[in-house]
Design a protein around this ligand. Sequence first.
Ligand code: ATP
Length: 283
Amino acid sequence: TPVENDMRLQRDSVTLKELIGGGQFGNVYKAIYHNQETAERIAVAVKVCKLEAEPADTQLILQESSLMRNFRHAHIITLIGVCMEQPMWLVMELASRGELREYLQAEKDWLPLRTLLLFCSQLASALVYLHASRFVHRDIAARNVLVCSPLCVKLADFGLSRALDYDAVYTASRGKLPIKWLAPESVNFRQFSMASDVWMFGVCMWEILSLGTKPWVGVPNADVITHIEQGIRPARPEECPVSLYSFIEKQVWALEAHKRPTIDQVAMVVENVLAQTIEGVEV
Ligand code: ATP
């Protein structure tokens, strides 16, 4: 298709540098992309797709990459292009500060509440954008957020987790669904919707406000849904303003999907709390 042709990059325009990390689809490297048309050289991240990927997967990854390319937002990692020959390379915007969870844990002694709320509001704006495009993300979690600069986070390659069948990705490759992030209807009936994204975003905000702590530590996966159905929710992170926590606890984490706010409403609440917070003090 024309879209796929558009995104084709010549392999010799990309020079791989050091390994940054590994995911289930392959390793990610820092690299330099030399744009022959503009003569620019820019630092990028390249995912080298696993060689053993099935041809069907390759097709899906390609389709999903074209989809990704249509999503342009200040807080979503941009796909720059694809080198199509095997092994396929996905060339994307580089988040030079790496994974959000590690960043939060490393910088926790000085990060002000205001910055944590800023990160939440940036991610909320990315989700407002995706939902306005009728796109349900299904895998919102702090582990899928990257840090570009000290005051800028971005949602990582959201398309690819959907490129393969979601259940197959988690049950076959990872061994388990991300139960501790999922809305109750996703766990019970495999239902995913904008409302289940809102629930997951609540968990993601909780992780950020807890400085990179995972939810439900020490609780077996099998018990989480029972806790939730009994009305138990992760406790208020120490830093989290009471008003924001009670909004997340009572509304974002409403058991029934239809009682949850829309992502637009969540974004507005986060914006308001941010506006009222100066350097770590709620005013
Ligand atoms: P997947 O569901 O695709 O397997 P994953 O989170 O397991 O996702 P990858 O997306 O393959 O892993 O990424 C592996 C690691 O590479 C990430 O955890 C991150 O540290 C790093 N990484 C990925 N994309 C980028 C990027 N655009 N900029 C900087 N680092 C990145």
